[in-house]
Design a binder for this molecule. Sequence first.
Ligand code: SF4
Length: 348
Amino acid sequence: MNDDIVKVRSLNKQYRVRGANGLSRDIVQAVSDVNLDIRRGETLGLVGESGCGKTTLSRMIVRLLAPTDGTIEFDGRDVSSLRGSRLKQFRRRAQIVFQDPYASLDPRTTVGDSMEEGLVHHGIGDRLERRRRVAEMLDMVGLQAAHADRYPHEFSGGQRQRIGIGRALILKPDLLVADEPVSALDVSVQAQILNLLKDLQQELNLTVLFVAHNLAVVENVSDRVAVMYLGRVVEIASRAEIFDNPQHPYTETLLRAVPTAHPRGRRMQRLSLGEVPSPLYPPAGCTFHPRCPIARSGLCDHSPPQLMPVPVGEPDHQASCYLRAGDLAEPRSSSVQTEQMIEPKGES
Ligand code: SF4
């Protein structure tokens, strides 16, 4: 059996938006030439600043959005252009949990009916069997069978997210995309939901794509981490490699913004590299070059680097940086000290 349950190749998503003059149409490249594998049974953390394309990418993987071009292979089958009954079959195996647990539940529908909807849609079981599965799932996510008769407003935010998770898992999917599942919750509740997700992943042998803007959250749950910047994956490696041996300058910047209580003793720093460029007008070359402290003129602003193996690290550690990965990569100390710097734009 293939070790990768998801294989994404050359995936792109473009949106047409009204231009500044109100007449012409501009193109926003939300996801750009992404290649990504998700291994069966792992939790892959997908992290990056707001607007980097991580939500668009994750929604394409579960086919809530159609890609502009490129392919998504799920368990050996191309699902990127599925329609009708085949798309419906695929969706049973790939479910999503949304950021806002309240918005994703119908306030006029009882929790039991909401959770049962997926089973009804896929024609699974009779009413009695479905109610039994709802009760089991409520128990699995730390609630009670009696909660099936209540409405969403009767629950706290954390409980509503438990319902959202149960609703996604009731179809026994192979892949769960968790899109910022704790960012709308109080800090005190976040750890409970993260622990629940970790327990369920092991118990159900799930593959999880965990999307977040917060590296500290991703570190808690992930086996591997992919870092996105302006629509591209710029680094991917095991959790330990990303946190102990980051290679892409953007990953290093994100890590410096992790709070001081980080167990490895990093100090929190402001993200001080200026504004993220508009995806409407992305910079030429490496899209990080206007913010990169080690960018090299004539190289980094010419053509975009692809993901390449890093010279120092685990074999499957890849980064898209001319100076830190691939044939041109140089030892860290010399590359940092001898670059001809491109002035970062938008510095405060
Ligand atoms: Fe910085 Fe150049 Fe590497 Fe891009 S390719 S991250 S600009 S050093």
